[in-house]
Design a binder for this molecule. Structure first.
Ligand code: SF4
Length: 261
């Protein structure tokens, strides 16, 4: 018996005690920060440099006009966090270790100069989501052409370190037992029907969470003919969890915001 106690003591604390305030090491690439304007040459260089057109490639928000000669924006829903832009302009772009970057509005993932956080719009959360899922949320994961990176991080969200089960958040095997689906991967044509069947099998009310750049925008595969994302045109998305792959803390904190915990 004493031996077992000693083993337990030597194991120490295995779990992260507070998932909302833990500090990640500097090597982690979280929310980008843009500190100042760019010259026209710099902006044009950055736009060409970005392999996925995440830098002011598209209108970042309705009504906001970006002048590539003055101002740029980084879309975390497209970004693959390669950090090439920060290497090219280290004095103006840096990647912070802020992991609370999930949002419930697609445009909130677009980072502008001076942004210090990702906005979460509580008013847009459906009332039944918080009423029904605040204390227990069961999710079915669908890897829709994923490369197993986000899937591994989602597995980690339930391990002894992150232990999202402490909040009543769990993955379940059957969509019949789930309150929503978590989609990873760009949604390939081969998985489109399976995704629809899975979604249909989840009882109402149900939520949709997109995890990782591939799921949010198609990522590096978005121009591929093998991608079929029509599913996302049919239903509202409740939570966008950026990252390439997304970090377990981003996923868990995003869900906690969504369910109001
Ligand atoms: S870190 Fe993101 S925004 Fe910067 S170059 Fe890479 S993909 Fe583009």
């Amino acid at each position: 018996m004493i031996r077992e106690f000693n083993i337990l003591r030597n194991h120490g604390v295995q779990f992260v005690p507070d998932l909302k305030s833990v500090e990640l090491p500097g090597i982690f690439r979280g929310r980008p920060e843009i500190s100042s304007n760019f010259s026209a040459a710099e902006a044009s260089m950055l736009i060409k440099l970005c392999p996925v057109n995440a830098i002011a490639a598209k209108d970042p928000a309705p009504g906001i006009t970006i002048d590539p000669g003055v101002d740029i924006a980084i879309d975390m829903g497209l970004c693959i966090f390669c950090k090439e832009c920060a290497f090219a302009c280290p004095e103006k772009i840096r990647f912070t270790n802020d992991y609370k970057i999930a949002g419930n509005v697609r445009q909130s993932l677009v980072i502008h100069k001076g942004d210090k956080s990702v906005e979460f719009n509580d008013r847009l959360v459906r009332s039944e989501v918080r009423k029904l899922f605040k204390h227990s949320l069961k999710l079915r994961q669908v890897s829709a052409g994923g490369d197993n990176s986000c899937e591994m991080e989602l597995n980690a969200a339930g391990n002894v370190n992150f232990d999202m089960g402490r909040y009543g958040i769990e993955f379940v095997a059957s969509p019949r037992h789930a309150d929503g689906i978590v989609i990873t991967g760009p949604i390939t044509e081969n998985m489109a029907e399976a995704l629809q069947i899975c979604y249909d099998a989840v009882p109402h009310p149900k939520i949709i969470i997109l995890v990782g750049t591939d799921a949010i925008s198609g990522g590096i595969f978005r121009e591929s003919k093998a991608v079929q994302r029509a599913f996302l045109d049919k239903y509202p998305v409740d939570l966008y969890v950026p990252g390439n792959p997304a970090h377990p803390l981003t996923f868990i904190n995003g869900i906690l915001r969504l369910i109001g915990k």
